[in-house]
Design a protein around this ligand. Structure first.
Ligand code: FAD
Length: 458
């Protein structure tokens, strides 16, 4: 009889942890899981899902305006923040129940508690001060929003965690940060009617994305009335008597706001987790160091998802968890492939992207053909909205292989999902050309760009 109570104990009931627990249990393993907040983790409770619901809500203001061009008189419209929060909370509660039920049905024992490591096989369940021993431990504790602890008045800011539960809708918002969460929330607040400013220390928003997309999104956000300040940063935050705030910046701005939100990155959730006690090695950023099989330096301990700071996206955490469980408990060894990951940014307009940016493609291949279409989508011929769509293909002239596809515009995220299949299969420009267009769509541009706009050489 083994002296282990569990074959696998998972710390963290989010995307990666839940998938790993269910798959391992399905392979016959005795599995326990601990979650200190709510099952479903960041994505379901305070990330992708509620964020996307907010994005949907925020788009209606433009839809009402655009309707006029198509003959509609929409009349007075108003927005009720409490009703949105209630509806969102009900949906999130429903999803959490589904997560719990699925774990239960898989035979996974659930602990609603914080759990920390005591050694390489022992987990301390804090809520009932119980210790469990497991042959294998999986750390799937995710990440948490960064705050600037040294910023005077930094205690006054909110992060995405609080943005989902604000008691009142702020009329003036400043979002600090230039990553996808910052631009998404700037679009949400602006669409719901707040006077919105985005402030980012870097030269241009969305570092790491294709430069044409970054510039085009910046322009479109400004057209929607969002003030986008790049190259500037808060030096202090002041809370005023009336309850609102002023953010003072390095370049001398005094930004008044009812709420200041920081979206300046996320750090792996490893504080106080007992990694030292178990001997688990982390990188300088606190991420758990793992190999491509999600193994840490301690043979009985594995880690998946954001806590490893590889590619911090839900489908990636899920796949890493699935691969881990199949490999250890299902007799099927595989690992998550981190290449060619299609990605969306639910900015307004949306971004969808697969493959290399132009800068990456030129650095790797030396010479790249760029096919670029920047056009007014059909809907806006009648709506009258001054919004452009951008589509860009990057092609290696030597092999004809498409190296990257970048889209800014309606449903770009949906397009990226489908393009991801073609890109994984190694589609060439000739494959795109040979594919019949779907007419009338915006996406048909992707298969009708005949001549390169330019050839770029390193
Ligand atoms: P998580 O889902 O964060 O789960 C970790 C869980 O561990 C949490 O529930 C936490 O409470 C629990 N936990 C931590 N420490 C302990 C402990 N000691 N004991 C017990 N439990 C513990 N990704 C996308 O793919 N698409 C998107 O559109 C998208 N939008 C996002 C929007 C926002 C605002 C945010 C913040 C993130 C978004 N993400 C998105 C990223 C995505 O949410 C994460 O990549 C994903 O949730 C990572 O899964 P995970 O399993 O690693 O961690």
């Amino acid at each position: 009889m083994s002296d282990f109570e569990f074959d696998l104990f998972v710390i963290g009931g989010g995307s990666g942890g839940v998938r790993a627990a269910r798959i391992a249990a399905g392979h016959g393993a005795r599995v326990g899981i601990a979650e200190e907040y709510r099952y479903g983790g960041t994505c379901v409770i305070r990330g992708c899902v509620p964020k996307k619901l907010f994005v949907y809500a925020s788009r209606f203001s433009e839809e009402f305006e655009d309707a006029a061009g198509f003959g509609w008189d929409v009349g007075e419209s108003s927005f009720n923040w409490e009703r949105l929060i209630d509806a969102k909370d009900r949906e999130i509660a429903r999803l959490e129940t589904v997560y719990r039920r699925n774990l239960e049905r898989s035979g996974v024992e659930m602990f609603d508690s914080r759990a920390v490591l005591e050694d390489e096989h022992t987990v301390h369940i804090l809520s009932d001060d119980r210790r469990v021993r497991a042959k294998t431990i999986l750390i799937a504790t995710g990440a948490t929003p960064n705050v600037d602890a040294d910023l005077p008045g930094g205690e006054h800011v909110i992060t995405s965690n609080e943005a989902f539960h604000l008691a009142d809708f702020p009329k003036r918002v400043v979002v600090a940060g230039g990553g996808y969460i910052a631009v998404e929330f700037a679009g949400i607040f602006a669409g719901l009617g707040a006077e919105t400013t985005l402030i980012y220390r870097g030269e241009e928003i969305l570092r790491g994305f294709d430069d044409d997309l970054r510039k085009a999104l910046h322009e479109e956000m400004e057209k929607k009335g969002i003030r986008v300040l790049c190259g500037d940063v808060f030096t202090s935050i002041e809370k005023r008597e009336g309850g609102d705030y002023v953010g003072h910046t390095k370049l001398g701005e005094a930004l008044e706001a009812d709420r200041i939100m920081f979206a300046i990155g996320r750090r792996p959730n490893t504080a106080g987790l007992g990694l030292d006690a178990a001997g688990v090695v982390t990188s300088a950023s606190g991420a758990i160091a793992v190999d491509d099989q999600s193994r840490t330096n301690v043979p009985s301990i594995y880690a998946v998802g954001d806590v490893t700071d590889r590619v911090n996206l839900t489908p990636v955490a899920i796949r890493e968890g699935h691969a881990f469980a199949d490999t250890l408990f299902g007799g099927k060894t595989w690992s998550a492939d981190h290449s060619m990951i299609p990605t969306a940014v639910f900015s307004q307009p949306e971004i969808g992207t697969v493959g290399m940016t132009q800068a990456e493609a030129v650095a790797k291949h030396g010479t790249v053909d760029v096919y670029r279409a920047h056009f007014r989508p059909m809907k806006h011929t009648l709506s009258g909205r001054d919004e452009k769509m951008l589509m860009k293909l990057l092609v290696d002239p030597a092999s004809d292989k498409v190296l990257g596809v970048h889209i800014l515009g309606h449903d770009a995220g949906e397009l990226a999902q489908v393009l991801g299949v073609a890109m994984r299969m190694g589609a060439t420009k000739a494959d795109f050309d040979a594919t019949m267009a779907v007419h009338p769509t915006a996406a048909e541009e992707l298969v009708t760009m005949r001549e390169p706009t330019e050839r770029v050489t390193a």
